[in-house]
Design a protein around this ligand. Structure first.
Ligand code: UD1
Ligand code: MG
Length: 436
């Protein structure tokens, strides 16, 4: 059930502390831009999600439209009205209750947003007690009433010593915003319009402001690359726990990297050091240590250790051994046990790919396909120069270079330089009784 609640997500800032040409909210956590996570949590609660954009606005909108339909994007005039208060100008929420969320808080969940809705106060704002409050706005509280928020850059030494900080999420009655947003001023250290100044103005007019004490683990703001990696560790831990709860076996889970788009079905075993990326689906499979799988489907198979499955591969009922790289290939009922590159290939049931087999899929200009039928025995150290098509029931001798073309069923393909023996060579070269 949706609350009659509008959620505004502030995502217009540059994020200069990230020291990056990329907009802060587009930095990734578990394979998705951090803004995705706050929108996802907001969408679980309401149909009215308003995202404020400005810096790299086209890139931000494009990135979010990959995941969500029906978002409202509002462009902030950051030249005339910079700051989180400027971001709130021109917002037209659908509902009377408005929750404002910073776009740099990817760890927020639906449950923690729900807590803001349980109070009758004019404003509910999040506060976190922190040992090290630096970087955050300090919340000045007396008798459980919030008096004001002071930004670090505007704080005096006594205010800087305050350890309760503003987490950056607030529930307002719409009329509160209508009254105070137009009255904000930018007379502060950053010459910005601070949303946080609404608190002191509302307080002076006798409105009720309730502090909601929250946990840093869900309300952490990401402002630097260090924050980004810390947030990613927390998020990844959640993903791994959820998947283990759903029945996945993980060995040394803290060493396993999993992205948000990865899904598992049935019973899967994931060994230590595995990296799973993109929209990968793994069904009833065993992924051995230090394998990397990107954007692929793995079903009823085992692979690794140290296999590399690159995007758009579909691998079913297949055994992939160590040091095998597969790219954009469909393997069904195949054994590829060791040291191979299989790119742009389709390989059929019962086929065996010998060690050192390479599909030569690129001629320096274009990529070509290799199609191998059923029950094909590919000997070790075979090169298949694509485009090449091998029918069912074929044997390829070890060391063969299979040149481009079509090969019919029930043949042996063999290309080998005949052996030449030079009798007495060893002794002549190294001398009698010598060792090489
Ligand atoms: C803000 C709060 C601070 C709080 C902290 C919590 C203000 C003035 N300060 O500070 O009290 O402790 O969050 O994390 O609000 N944004 C815009 N338009 C802008 C500027 C920022 O949309 O003109 C967006 C950013 O994209 C970001 C969010 O607002 O998602 C917060 O901006 P940021 O610069 O990170 O604010 P903080 O300095 O962290
Ligand atoms: Mg911030």
């Amino acid at each position: 059930m949706h609350h009659p609640l509008s959620i505004v997500i502030l995502a217009a800032g540059k994020g200069s502390r990230m020291k990056s040409p990329k907009a802060k909210v587009l930095h990734e956590i578990c394979g998705r831009e951090m803004l995705y996570y706050s929108i996802k949590a907001a969408r679980e609660i309401t149909d009215d999600v308003i995202v404020v954009v400005a810096h790299q606005k086209d890139a931000v909108i494009r990135a979010m439209e990959k995941y969500f339909n029906g978002l409202t994007f509002i462009t902030q005039d950051t030249d005339s009205f910079p700051g989180t208060g400027g971001a709130m100008m021109g917002i037209q929420p659908k509902y009377g209750d408005v929750l404002v969320l910073n776009g740099d808080m990817p760890l927020i969940t639906r449950t923690s947003i729900d807590a803001f809705m349980s109070s009758e106060s004019d404003i509910v704002m999040s506060v976190i007690p922190l040992d090290n409050p630096s970087g955050y706005g300090r919340v000045i509280i007396e008798n459980n009433h919030v008096l004001r928020i002071v930004e670090e850059k505007d704080a005096n030494d006594a205010e800087k010593a305050v350890q309760t900080v503003n987490a950056g999420i607030y529930a307002f009655k719409h009329h509160v915003l209508e009254t105070y947003i137009p009255r904000l001023s930018n007379a502060n250290a950053q010459s910005e319009y601070y949303l946080t100044d609404v608190i002191a103005m509302a307080r002076n007019d006798g409105l009720t402001i309730a502090p909601l004490y929250v946990e840093e683990v869900e309300f952490k703001g990401v402002n630097s690359k260090n924050d980004l990696s810390n947030a990613e560790m927390i998020m990844m831990d959640r993903l791994r726990r959820d998947w283990m709860d759903a029945g996945v076996i993980m060995q040394l889970p803290h060493t396993i990297y999993i992205e948000e788009g990865v899904k598992f079905e049935g019973e899967c075993i994931i060994e230590n050091g595995v990296r799973l990326c993109g929209n990968t689906l793994i069904v009833n499979s065993h992924i051995k240590a230090h394998s990397v799988i990107e954007e692929s489907v793995i079903r009823d198979s085992d692979m690794g250790p140290m296999a590399h499955i690159r995007p758009l591969s579909v691998i079913e009922e297949t055994h992939i051994g160590n040091f095998v790289e597969v790219k954009k290939s469909t393997l069904t009922g195949v054994k590829a046990g060791h040291l191979s590159y299989l790119g742009d290939a389709i390989i059929g049931e019962g086929s065996n790919i010998g060690a050192g087999t390479i599909t030569c899929n690129y001629d320096g200009k274009k990529k070509y396909q290799t199609i191998i039928g059923k029950n094909v025995f590919v000997g070790s150290d075979t090169q298949l120069v694509a485009p090449v098509e091998i029918a069912d029931n074929v044997m390829i001798a070890a060391g063969t270079t299979v040149t481009s073309g079509k090969y019919e069923s029930d043949i042996l393909i063999l290309s080998r330089t005949p052996i030449r023996k030079v009798v007495g060579f060893f002794t002549k070269f190294f001398g009698k009784g010598q060792q090489c």
